[in-house]
Design a protein around this ligand. Structure first.
Ligand code: NAD
Length: 512
């Protein structure tokens, strides 16, 4: 987290922010706020460093990912303790969501980048086949700005950074001011891996530092964060005429069909809603369960939630809320739901036994779409469950949202699950698991509607850190140019006759 205190007036030089652990409320350090001059200087250095880096073969760049992986494995305890210190996550979450996920991504991109980014020869159609050859070259964009959020402070800084680097770009990383030390570790790990100087620079600070990065002359922004900030980033990038990917918030729906295995579905609901204390972009934020199985499902959920342990040290399942503003949103949503007639089945309050920022894992029933808890991103350990008449109603309600990031469907009929998934307006769907798309390296990840623009991860995501440059080569050494210009009306008549045959007959269309 953290609780942030400006220190501008007590510290000479750059303004600073002090950070406090959300779990123990102990001071955990300070960061400097880098301003637009710092950001511009970093971009200038990065641009110089990128020239040689971009010219290296992908396989050589990939070697630095392998070295970073080795450093990460040897420094995993540093990463775990840093993430825990600034977020109050359980150790298992820091290990699985941050260290394991990054290690897997580094290895995947190190192994696959060369294949994904190699020059492609594409066969042309029709007459062009005999006249031209086409090559597609994936060229680095230059300097990429990566702006990351607090909820996955290491993984969401490392993943886009590693992809942008292996694609041949230099990176300026601006981690969240709420959890900046994990982002700084990303810089240290690549530096220890021997990455040439200035190819990855970390600038710390708040929204103003992020805004300076968007307008500082980079060639792309890879942004992960809220819809509200994403909109500002999109405007800044539009004004600079640079591309951006926006990985934004969500309100993921879970659908429990009549034929679902309720033991597994209840497990998926509880993990999906409470993992990362619900501060997970693809967290399960609303459940629609078919009425005929709702009582049994709700009871199973209640039983599981009653066993969850919340804490600061040792073994526990549900951690802290990462910062006070999030706690306020959670409390507002719960108050609004209770006013509207929701029933609290578990939790429903701050944890009175813990001093830090803790909200009890909460299950609500009797909820409806008039409530903020079913419409706005809550980003907390809250599981609202709504009964529906049938699967059709569940799909309609799942689609009744401004968001579309992930979602999950529980059924014993795999074919039906896939058919339902194709009708949900969202970025990705998991069947019989909580939404874990981000952990599947091959899967492009991104949202629809207000949940984002563009995708990261997978082959498509990696290529989005490049410009796909078509190179077209004339097979006959340019002979056509001799005859094409100036125009001759006889040639027009010939072309029209040819078109009549090419697109006016079955044979022509087949060959064309
Ligand atoms: P946020 O939008 O408040 O901040 C994200 C980053 O943007 C921070 O580094 C912040 O300093 C920076 N920033 C703030 N103002 C800026 C500006 N004007 N220009 C440029 N940068 C600016 O988000 P957050 O609260 O840190 O993160 C939580 C949100 O992120 C949630 O909505 C969550 O759903 C979303 N999220 C999405 C994904 C995804 O992949 N779709 C993943 C994780 C989190």
């Amino acid at each position: 987290m953290a609780i942030l205190t400006p220190l501008a007036d007590v510290s000479p030089g750059r303004p600073r922010l002090a950070l406090t652990s959300p779990a123990s409320l102990e001071k955990i350090g300070e960061i400097e706020i880098h301003d637009s001059k710092d950001v511009s200087a970093a971009i200038d250095r990065a641009r110089k460093a990128q020239v040689d880096w971009g010219a290296l073969p992908v396989s050589e760049r990939a070697r630095f990912l392998v070295r970073a992986l080795e450093v990460l494995l040897s420094r995993q305890e540093d990463v775990i303790s840093t993430v825990i210190r600034e977020t109050g996550k359980p150790r298992t979450e820091a290990l699985q969501m941050e260290v394991f996920a990054v290690a897997d991504a580094l290895n995947y991109h190190a192994k696959n980048a060369e294949r994904v980014l190699k020059r492609e020869k594409r066969k042309l159609h029709g007459m062009l086949l005999f006249m031209k050859q086409l090559r597609i070259c994936y060229r680095p964009l230059g300097v990429v700005g990566v702006i990351s959020p607090w909820n996955g402070p290491f993984v969401l800084a490392m993943n886009p950074t590693a992809q942008a680097l292996v694609a041949g770009n230099a990176v300026i990383l601006k981690p969240s001011e709420v959890a900046p030390f994990s982002g700084c570790l990303a810089g240290e790990i690549f530096s220890e891996a021997g990455l040439p100087e200035d190819l990855l620079q970390v600038v710390t600070g708040d929204g103003e530092t992020g805004a300076a990065l968007c307008r500082g002359g980079v060639d792309k922004i890879s942004f992960t964060g809220s819809v509200e900030t994403g909109r500002k980033v999109a405007v800044a990038c539009a004004e600079q005429l640079i591309p951006c990917t926006l990985e934004l918030g969500g309100k993921d729906a879970m659908i429990v069909c009549e034929d679902a295995n309720l033991k597994y579905a209840s497990g998926g609901a509880v993990a999906g809603a409470f993992m990362n204390t619900g501060q997970y972009c693809c967290g399960t934020e609303r459940v629609y369960v078919v009425d005929s199985v709702a009582d049994e499902f709700i009871e199973k959920v209640r039983e599981r939630v009653s066993k969850l342990r919340q804490g600061v040290r040792g073994e526990f399942d549900v951690g802290a809320i990462f910062w006070p503003r999030q706690l306020e949103i959670i409390e507002d949503h719960i108050a609004d739901a209770l006013e509207g007639g929701a029933r609290v089945l578990a939790g429903g309050r701050r944890n009175p036994d813990l001093e830090g920022l803790f909200y009890e894992p909460t299950v609500l029933t009797e909820v409806d779409h008039g409530m903020r808890i079913m419409r706005e991103e809550t980003f907390g350990p809250i599981l609202p469950i709504m009964r529906v008449a049938d699967e059709e109603e569940a799909i309609a309600l799942a689609n009744d949202s401004a968001y579309g990031l992930g979602g999950n469907i529980w059924t014993r009929d795999r074919g039906k699950g896939i058919r339902m998934a194709q009708r949900i307006q969202t970025g990705s769907v998991c069947i019989n698991d909580m939404t874990m798309t981000y952990g599947v390296q091959e899967a492009p990840f991104g949202g629809l509607k207000q949940s984002g623009v563009g995708q990261v991860n997978g082959e498509m995501g990696l290529r989005q850190f490049c410009h796909a440059e078509p190179i077209i080569v004339d097979r006959r050494g340019g002979r056509l140019s001799d005859k094409r210009y100036p125009y001759r009306s006889r040639a027009d008549l010939g072309l029209q006759k040819f078109m009549k045959w090419l697109w006016g007959t079955d044979l022509g269309r087949r060959l064309g």
